[in-house]
Design a protein around this ligand. Structure first.
Ligand SMILES: Cc1cc2nc3c(=O)[nH]c(=O)nc-3n(C[C@H](O)[C@H](O)[C@H](O)COP(=O)(O)OP(=O)(O)OC[C@H]3O[C@@H](n4cnc5c(N)ncnc54)[C@H](O)[C@@H]3O)c2cc1C
Ligand code: FES
Length: 257
């Protein structure tokens, strides 16, 4: 596996978030929606790789994009890298979203940086009707609105503080839309409380859903157990690895703490 790739371009999305295009014909050829890459961010305090979802793939050009929000030392170091710099990336890793041609009408529900993996999902999913519901804390945090609009039939944006789009949580939007129409599957990615609530709403409506979990990671390969999450198994529960068994799980199987 070739780990050294090149940063093609960097685009600022808002004050603390940027989109990085990486030249990698290998990852662009084999990456699937919902999979992630594990990135060596550089800097003495961020030795461990950091996971980022594959946001968009351009298979013709041999590139893929990741959206990065600066949170701590690793993402800070990543934000200091420039176009043309080499970058050490392992991937694609994990299990992505299902792409079932029996699913005719789907909805994706994203919160904050959880919107990123849903873009490539919309681009590749064979459904004939696609709804995107994206929630952000406030207007300044809204990212990639036009990119999403191009890939779905209907887009609704909500902000917690009502400064843009529909006021309130994206889960309220989901509830409203599921009351109006039947969906075959819902795909969810965002903060844990949001995913928990969205999965509950889908369960009440008897609609299958998939959630993409975000846990701290070490190896990213299933070897260190840093990323354990609780899942239902044979009437009991067990630990699963988010990096290897996920990050995408069926909403029914995850035990949200
Ligand atoms: C499968 C997966 C996909 C992801 N996709 C994206 C993405 O597309 N875009 C993006 O910006 N981020 C994504 N993340 C989160 C990203 O990996 C973390 O923000 C990053 O590792 C933080 O590194 P840091 O060194 O900057 O922060 P640190 O210094 O390590 O931590 C800073 C703060 O962030 C918290 N934090 C760190 N890592 C995580 C984590 N994995 N989950 C929850 N809280 C964390 C810490 O508790 C701390 O409060 C993803 C995580 C996973 C597991
Ligand atoms: S990160 Fe090491 S097992 Fe998942």
């Amino acid at each position: 596996m070739n780990l050294v790739h090149r940063i093609g371009s960097i685009k600022r999305l808002n004050e603390d978030t940027f989109l990085m295009t990486i030249e990698s014909p290998e990852i662009a050829a084999s990456g699937k929606p919902g999979q992630f890459v594990n990135v060596r961010c550089g800097g003495p305090d961020a030795y461990l790789r950091r996971p980022f979802s594959i946001c968009r793939i351009d298979r013709d050009r041999g590139t893929f994009d990741i959206g990065v929000q600066v949170r701590g030392k690793g993402t800070q170091a990543l934000s200091a890298m420039g176009e043309g710099d080499p970058i050490d990336i392992m991937g694609p890793l994990g299990r992505g979203f299902s792409l079932d041609s029996n699913d005719r009408r789907i909805a994706v529900v994203g919160g904050g940086i959880g919107v990123f993996p849903l873009l490539q999902l919309l681009r590749e999913h064979p459904a004939s009707e696609k709804l995107a519901l994206l929630g952000f804390r406030t207007r300044d945090q809204v990212v990639m609105e036009e990119d999403f609009r191009k890939e779905c039939h209907e887009l609704s944006i909500s902000t917690d503080d009502g400064s843009y789009g529909v006021p309130g949580f994206v889960t309220s939007l989901l509830e409203k839309k599921l009351n109006e129409k039947q969906f075959d599957r819902v795909f969810i990615c965002g903060p844990a409380p949001m995913m928990k609530r969205a999965a509950e709403i889908c369960k009440q409506k008897n609609i299958p859903c998939e959630v993409s979990l975000e846990e701290r990671m070490g190896c990213g390969l299933g070897a260190c157990l840093v990323c354990a999450c609780k899942v239902r198994m044979n009437g009991d529960w067990d630990y699963a690895h988010v990096c290897k068994d996920g990050p995408v799980f069926s909403g029914d199987s995850v035990i949200f703490e």
